[in-house]
Write a protein that binds this ligand. Structure first.
Ligand SMILES: *Cc1c(COP(=O)(O)O)cnc(C)c1O
Length: 454
């Protein structure tokens, strides 16, 4: 087996093309390239000539220099808020705001009027107040962090929760485990399928609970012999016994999903009106912006969350805060369905998807335009679908379908689709129309590479 060249030889070969760089970093990159070459030789691959290794090293440095941007992915799964694909794509305004917030200094915690230290980037909080009618608002890293902070308000008293709301939200994350880890003592009431307001009465009357926690069932539905307590009477009961009501909406929605032919997803303002003291929801689910936990509710409670030492451990950075503020601003500007990708995808008329599907299929051998059903995802509206259209790609067998799916996933740009009835399908509801041409190229390449089409 031949041996890769020494670091010195490789460095000598790139010296002129590498430009001025820190020597140690250059040596480390060269070592990485040589280690990769050694691994190839062990695998029995042919040795690469020095010029080829040098070119690979220059490419490696160029990729590091460019920030190694993540692979571009076209989400053709038909799941609008896809947690494994980064959830909500940010609105343009949020991207611009985050860029501006990170390029220069900004008034993050400095009040421009007084020159003194002020609230951390109050804009997002003011938008939350305006959009939900809450006394105050607060932004954390994500909704799970908001839940951890909120549970702290129960102090030594118990957190009472209905058994039908002890959910796992995905990725093995279980709400009851978060509550326990946050120091909350769980008091479970009711049964899996039926929980009534009266079930909460015992622990509240006996002073065993300082908080009623409501949790959105997120990604599952129950049907048949089921019952869940209405928000208002439960809040009244909790308040009568001096307990707080915290409503974890998970996704939450700032527009009425029923206006788009979907079931109604709970809105923070409604839950506040029904008596919740705090409502928690995510920034990157149906809100459609950066990952964040959005908290709205009573000013005294929000002030306590702000003062909690854990708030420091769960605070979002300046880019996120600027992105959240910009996203929420779009709702106040009345431009959410036009400017926020998640809502744009929900609001796209099915006819527009059909005509895009037809013109894409017309240009591709082996693809036909088919009706599909898209979902919102992100732990909202479980079981609800949106009529959609997309491409079905012809395959001979299950094995070819998997091969084609893999070829699409590893293409440039990568395309993520799904298998339905043994075919590979690509749902256009989750694809930005501006990406249609790239999608067509990627599909044609994958059909060729997977051997489905030569
Ligand atoms: C998604 C979800 C969370 C967690 O939200 P993140 O922003 O991902 O931390 C919490 N509760 C419910 C009910 C959820 O659906």
């Amino acid at each position: 087996m031949s041996r890769p060249p020494s670091v010195e030889r490789l460095l000598a070969a790139v010296r002129r093309r590498a430009g001025a760089r820190d020597h140690e970093a250059l040596v480390a990159a060269a070592r990485g390239e040589i280690a990769a070459e050694r691994a190839r030789l062990v695998d029995g691959d042919r040795p690469r000539p020095l010029t080829e290794l040098a070119a690979a090293l220059v490419a490696r440095l160029a990729s590091l220099e460019a920030g190694g941007p993540p692979t571009r992915v076209i989400n053709a799964t038909g799941v609008i808020v896809h947690t494994n694909l980064g959830r909500a794509p940010w609105p343009e305004a949020a991207i611009r705001a985050a860029e501006a917030a990170t390029r220069d200094a900004l008034f993050l915690e400095l009040d421009p009027a007084t020159g003194r230290r002020g609230r951390r980037f109050r804009v997002a909080e003011e938008h939350l107040v305006a959009l939900t009618g809450a006394e105050d608002g607060f932004v954390t890293n994500n909704c799970a962090a908001a839940l951890v902070l909120a549970v702290g308000l129960a102090g030594r008293k118990g957190v009472v929760i209905g058994r039908g709301e002890l959910v796992e939200i995905g990725g093995g994350v279980r709400i009851p485990e978060i509550v326990r880890r946050a120091g909350g003592r769980l008091v479970e009431v009711g049964t899996t399928n039926r929980t009534r307001v009266a079930d909460y009465e015992g622990p509240l009357r006996e002073g065993r609970a300082g908080m009623v926690l409501r949790v959105h069932p997120s990604n599952f539905t129950m049907s048949g012999f089921t019952e869940a307590p209405d928000a208002a009477p439960l809040a009244a009961l909790a308040h009568a016994h001096g307990a707080l009501v915290v409503d974890d909406l998970g996704s939450g929605a700032l527009l009425d999903t029923a206006a788009f032919g979907l079931a109604h997803e709970p809105m923070p303002a409604e839950r506040l009106a029904a008596g919740a003291d705090l409502v928690l929801f995510s920034g990157d689910k149906l809100v459609g912006g950066p990952q964040a936990g959005l908290v709205v509710g009573r000013a005294d409670l929000v002030a306590r969350l702000r003062r909690d030492p854990l708030a420091r451990a769960t605070r979002p950075d300046k880019a996120t805060l600027a992105g959240v503020a910009a996203t929420l601003g779009l709702y106040r500007a009345g431009l959410a369905t036009r400017e926020i990708p998640v809502w744009r995808m929900i609001a796209t008329p099915v006819e527009a998807l059909r005509s895009r599907g037809k013109s894409l299929a017309a240009g591709l051998t082996g693809a036909v335009c088919v009706p599909l059903a898209a979902t919102v995802g992100g732990g909202s509206l479980p079981g609800e679908t949106l009529a959609s259209y997309g491409l079905a790609l012809a395959v001979q067998s299950g094995a070819t379908a998997n091969r084609l799916l893999a070829a699409l996933r590893t293409g440039e740009p990568a395309v993520v689709g799904r298998i339905e009835d043994g075919r590979v399908v690509l749902d256009l509801r989750t694809v930005d129309p501006a990406a249609d041409a790239d999608l067509a190229c990627a599909v044609a390449a994958a059909l060729g590479a997977s051997g489905v089409r030569g």
